[in-house]
Design a protein around this ligand. Structure first.
Ligand SMILES: Nc1ncnc2c1ncn2[C@@H]1O[C@H](COP(=O)(O)OP(=O)(O)OP(=O)(O)O)[C@@H](O)[C@H]1O
Ligand SMILES: [Mg+2]
Length: 414
């Protein structure tokens, strides 16, 4: 007989709210809520301890390349935190962990990895657990297909675990699982279904800065979803923190910003001049220009008129137009535009005080009419709609300030 060492992991390694669920048996388990509430760390730790009991876990995200730095890293951290390095073999190339005591595995899969999706199986025994991290990235069909992988003989109860931030009541997960969920208590436990809502308040490991960042979130939608961990109702106006006001008398050069969105036949070219008082977090929208049908030489004149030799941050989708403007003497620079740039940019703008001066009536019109897209069921989708050429130009103009503001970059949430 082999004598296995007895492992003890102290309760203090966990946030108390998760402790009752270390061995929760429900077929479907949902851990959702605000940002930084400890969901991912808990679930990573749980599957490491589960492996020691012989459970095989498949950890899934929508996009394969996001796994390595999130779940795979988090699982390895748990192994180290519990000093279990001697009990696991980590394969960085195949991205998996194997428990050396019993052969159980922790495997990782991106739903976009079609090669791997059919073949991935643990080396010993059946798959007992699937954890879909950031499950709101997935379609219902994805998860239904995955669930079919939970078959085969095992002495362990099979479990599907979903974790996510509650981005929109219109999401399929809400419709599928939340009909009997008591929002007041934030907890549901039946024989087959477990749902637990947590927020940053449940995570005693957060730094004061992390807490302050979440508590000071000014955008009401982001506050609802990421601070309070409540299902988001994306409604009404996208821009929520603006007013009309007069033009300041002083315009220090270092505070001036210029942004340009290209357009030609259907879409107008749109140019914006703003002043950013970083200390007070105030943006004055000072001047605007918006017109269809302009060739780049005519546009260049307008830009030089407004911006002179100051840098103008342009839509990076038209490198040829940027080169042409430069030939005409405009200090045109491409925006960087990350994949999250629109939503992140809007969130950042809502954290500033935006003052629209009388010189910018068209900007005012855009700010008033830019709305979240209705989902057809009384809520809205986190996707803006409406005319946004000058708003885009302002986002480009402020891009550097956003990048260096230290603002928390929220995860992609569509
Ligand atoms: N048990 C723990 N021990 C040590 N640190 C922890 C623990 N739980 C959480 N943390 C710390 O809190 C941070 C946030 O936790 P985690 O990433 O699990 O939150 P989350 O709920 O998954 O957030 P999000 O919704 O943003 O993905 C972690 O990066 C880690 O620093
Ligand atoms: Mg997480």
């Amino acid at each position: 007989m082999t004598a296995y060492p007895v492992l003890t992991v102290p309760e203090s390694a966990f946030n108390a709210c998760y402790l009752p669920y270390l061995e929760a048996p429900q077929r479907v388990q949902i851990f959702y809520g605000g940002a930084g509430s400890g969901k991912s760390v808990f679930l990573a730790a749980r599957c490491v301890l589960d492996a020691l009991t012989g459970r095989n876990t498949l950890i899934v995200r929508k996009i394969a390349r996001t796994l390595r730095n999130s779940c795979f890293a988090e699982v390895q951290k748990s192994v180290n935190r519990f000093s279990l390095g001697d009990f696991f073999r980590v394969s960085k190339t195949d991205m998996n962990l194997t428990c050396l005591v019993n052969g159980a595995q922790i495997l990782f899969l991106g739903l976009d990895d079609v090669e791997k999706i059919k073949s991935i199986t643990p080396q010993k025994g059946a798959l007992t657990d699937i954890w879909v991290e950031e499950a709101t990235e997935t379609q219902r069909e994805d998860v239904k297909q995955l669930e079919k992988r939970l078959r085969g003989l095992s002495r362990h109860k099979k479990r599907l675990t979903l974790s996510f931030n509650p981005v929109s009541r219109a999401h399929w997960i809400y419709k599928e699982y939340f009909s009997a969920f008591p929002e007041e208590t934030g907890k549901l436990q039946t024989e087959d279904l477990l749902i637990l809502r947590t927020t940053y308040r449940d995570n005693r490991f957060l730094t004061a800065d992390d807490r302050a960042g979440l508590e000071n979130e000014k955008d009401s939608y982001f506050h609802q979803v990421y601070t309070l961990g409540e299902w988001g109702v994306v409604g009404g106006s996208v821009l929520t923190n603006w007013e009309t006001g007069t033009r300041p008398t002083d315009l220090p050069r270092e505070e001036l910003r210029f942004g340009l969105d290209f357009g030609f036949a259907r879409d107008p070219a749109a140019l914006v001049m703003a002043r950013y008082d970083k200390k007070r977090g105030v943006i004055h929208v000072l001047d605007e220009f918006k017109k269809v049908g302009l060739t780049n030489d005519v546009l260049a004149k307008e830009v030089l008129n407004m911006a002179g030799q100051m840098p103008v941050i342009c839509d990076s989708g038209e490198p040829k137009s940027i080169a042409e403007l430069r030939r005409h003497g405009v200090m045109a620079l491409p925006a960087k535009k990350g994949p999250d740039s629109v939503l992140h940019g809007l969130q950042w703008l809502n954290q500033q005080r935006l003052i629209i001066t009388p010189q910018c009536p068209q900007f005012l019109m855009e700010a008033q009419s830019y709305r979240w897209t209705p989902d057809g069921q009384g809520g809205s989708l986190p996707r803006p709609q409406g005319e946004d050429h000058l708003l885009d130009a302002l986002r480009y103009a402020m891009e550097q300030d956003m990048l260096y503001s230290g603002a928390r970059v929220l995860k992609r949430f569509v």
